[in-house]
Design a protein around this ligand. Structure first.
Ligand SMILES: Cc1cc2nc3c(=O)[nH]c(=O)nc-3n(C[C@H](O)[C@H](O)[C@H](O)COP(=O)(O)O)c2cc1C
Ligand code: SF4
Length: 664
């Protein structure tokens, strides 16, 4: 047992099973079903986290009724065809030493017609906060139908080999819609008094216990949203929990943050504080006597989990994204090497960012997530057929990942970085407000490369002849990209460059963040990207006292950040700092007077006075080394990765690096 994590490491009895430690891989829709069936992708995904040490794995929710179908990757509803696939998962997770339960859900009024092809059902027929639909107020017969749906799904889960089920009553889903007076306006036996509002959940939980017997865990997934007046708050949740606990209706209760009314805190990005669910868990622990309490929401590290447990706020900790990012987080902590844990950077880009667009999930820092079958963790450490000499040129994310994986497979790797520091453009992103987790990730890479014996040469720019002189078997060109310097905007494709873009008072975001440029007080920032590169730099400048006007062709600021549920908080921070914006607009000229801004809807052009123009636009690859290597007569393999291949984001660079590293 590790001395650094005594609480985390201690086992926990939970009804008929004992959890080997205190970390759960909590419920989340991985959205990986193939034609509604759990397949190889799911199997490999959960097995990896069980092998990585999680004590309990909560497999993603099954919709309990046709009106509950929410995503393209949902499992089939009320269909025994899922049983064989789930059996392979439960067996694999058990074999790896973890307990496995399944979440069961119905989101009530917030359903998704595009996937269910059904109307949404809810206690009182209130509107969806997922789309513009209204919902159908349940009849008593339909309430019975849904109760049966939950119970049948639990019985099926038992047949699949699950150790238990977790009933979803979080974020204003169907079950907690019944609890909350705002969403339950019924005047029959299912609404009105507190007892009546508890009836639906009690019927489900009692019914499940009757149907599955004693040796089966029943969990209750809840959430609080103190930020929204009408949402379920901690006080009411504690009353609800105490009521269910007195009747011993659940074995554990877990509590997330946020709600359908306020989505951001559900999967908190780096804009939110760490350990967001701690106060609610603490309150719940005071409210219940029988049930174990699990804390969740933005607990990122083993240290964070240990502190949450040591504070007495909870019996168990759910770490979802932390274990998507590093499936072996628990094992590494318990082996006393938490510094090896690859940290989640709370970006939501590839987990929620993909789920929100209805793809199966993955991870920015761990592109093997969801691809464990093709890119298993073992492959990174299983020796390559022959040890070769690899020269990686460029220390941004593509180069770092290629070097790490190639060295892990036994190659002799040298990484040469032109600048004094590793990280490339990603390091600059880490200088934006609240993005220091990126810097931590780069530090992790540095530790890993050292441990793997990679020779890292900083401040070592190489031309083709110098690179060739290394005599490596393969040269990996990971030299990144350069700002285009033109201000090309997708909204005005006929304008190759903004007239005036070549002036000295026009800067790329990279130059601003690296302090190579010092913009004047009034800045117009062209954001053609709609992501953190532009908006984060606007924030960075505004924090330093600049008066920033952001001009974007997109219909909103942070258009692609929307998919990560981080855009709302971003805009409120920008607004609080006095940043103003012109959306569906483009800069069509720049001179001494400032920017000429075209409203794309009306065509009207207006001047915006400014001292500097800052460009967040698509870069161009810096791949000149490829030609130079050829010219030098280098006869070995040459590979292009990351921005040097095509200018994109860190996520694609890391994918390229992993793919190449596994293939070298
Ligand atoms: C892609 C994704 C999908 C999620 N889907 C669910 C879900 O279906 N049910 C649920 O109870 N929580 C879901 N969650 C919320 C997580 O259980 C958890 O509360 C949240 O990710 C914050 O915890 P973390 O910081 O440990 O990731 C989801 C989270 C993610 C990242
Ligand atoms: S995509 Fe980002 S937030 Fe999601 S698990 Fe990976 S690092 Fe964490």
């Amino acid at each position: 047992m590790s001395h650094a994590f005594p609480h985390l490491a201690s086992p926990l009895p939970l009804r008929h099973v004992t959890l080997r430690n205190r970390i759960t891989f909590g419920a989340h829709t991985a959205n990986m079903a193939d034609d509604g069936l759990p397949g190889p992708r799911h199997l490999a995904y959960y097995r990896e986290r069980a092998r990585g040490g999680a004590a309990m794995v909560v497999v993603e929710p099954v919709p309990v009724h046709p009106t509950a179908v929410l995503t393209r990757g949902n499992f089939r509803v009320q269909d025994d065809a899922v049983i064989p696939g789930f059996r392979t998962i439960t067996e694999a997770v058990h074999e790896a030493g973890a307990v496995v339960v399944q979440q069961l859900y119905h989101v009530g009024q917030h359903g998704d017609f595009d996937n269910s092809y059904r109307e949404s059902w809810s206690p009182s027929g209130l509107p969806s906060f997922h789309d513009s639909d209204g919902s159908h107020a349940l009849t008593e017969r339909e309430i019975a139908e849904l109760t049966t749906g939950f119970i049948d799904a639990a019985v099926r889960a038992k047949a699949c080999g699950f150790d238990g089920v977790e009933i979803f009553a979080a974020y204003n889903a169907l079950v907690d819609q019944f609890w909350l007076p705002w969403s339950n306006r019924r005047d029959d036996a299912w609404g009105g008094s507190f007892e009546n509002r508890m009836r639906f959940s009690a019927e489900i939980l009692r019914g499940i216990r009757r149907a599955v017997g004693d040796d089966f865990v029943i969990g209750l997934a809840t959430a609080v949203d103190p930020g929204v007046e009408i949402a379920l708050g901690t006080e009411l949740l504690c009353e609800v929990a105490a009521w269910h606990d007195e009747r011993e209706l659940m074995d554990y209760i877990t509590c997330g943050t946020g709600s359908y009314f306020n989505f951001g805190p559900i999967i908190p990005t780096f804009l939110h504080a760490d350990r967001l669910g701690l106060p609610a868990a603490e309150a719940l622990r005071g409210a219940v006597r029988h049930a174990k309490v699990q804390v969740e929401s933005h607990i990122r590290t083993p240290e964070g989990a240990e502190q949450a447990l040591a504070s007495g706020a909870a019996d168990l900790v759910s770490i979802v994204r932390g274990q998507i990012a590093d499936p072996h987080l628990v094992r590494k902590a318990l082996e006393g090497r938490p510094e090896d844990v690859r940290g989640c950077i709370s970006c939501n880009q590839m987990c929620w960012g993909r789920r929100s667009r209805d793809y199966w999930i993955s991870c920015l820092v761990n592109p093997s997530a969801g691809r464990e079958g093709d890119w298993p963790l073992d492959a990174e450490t299983s020796p390559a057929p022959e040890r070769r000499r690899i020269l990686v040129v460029g220390g941004g994310p593509a180069g770092l990942e290629t070097a790490r994986v190639a060295a892990g497979r036994g190659h002799e790797v040298t990484l040469a970085e032109a600048g004094p520091q590793l990280g490339g453009a990603f390091r600059l992103a880490g200088l934006q407000p609240r993005r220091e987790q990126i810097t931590e990730l780069i530090a992790w890479y540095e530790r890993q490369l050292t441990a793997l014996g990679v020779t890292v040469l900083r401040s070592t720019p190489l031309d083709g002849a110098e690179a060739a002189a290394f005599g490596a078997d393969a040269v990996v060109v990971a030299t990144g990209s350069q700002p285009a310097g033109t201000g090309f905007q997708r909204a005005v494709p006929g304008q190759d460059a903004i007239p005036g873009a070549a002036r000295r008072d026009v800067h790329a975001i990279e130059d601003v963040l690296s302090h190579q440029a010092r913009p004047g007080h009034r800045v117009v920032l062209v954001d053609d990207l709609g992501d953190w590169r532009g908006a984060g730099t606007a924030w960075y400048l505004a924090e330093r006292g600049h008066q920033v006007t952001l001009v974007t062709g997109w219909p909103m600021v942070g258009f692609t950040i929307q998919r990560t549920a981080g855009d709302g908080v971003l805009r409120s921070r920008l607004a609080a700092l006095g940043v103003t914006w012109r959306v569906e607009s483009a800069v069509v000229g720049w001179d001494d007077a400032g920017a000429r801004v075209r409203d794309l809807l009306t065509g009207e052009e207006t001047p915006v006075g400014a001292d500097s123009l800052v460009l967040a636009t698509t870069n161009v690859p810096e791949d000149s080394l490829v030609g130079e290597l050829a010219a030098s007569g280098y006869a070995g393999e040459v590979h292009l990765v990351g921005d040097a291949l095509a200018a994109r984001l860190a996520v694609q660079a890391i994918v390229d690096g992993r793919r190449l590293g596994l293939g070298l």
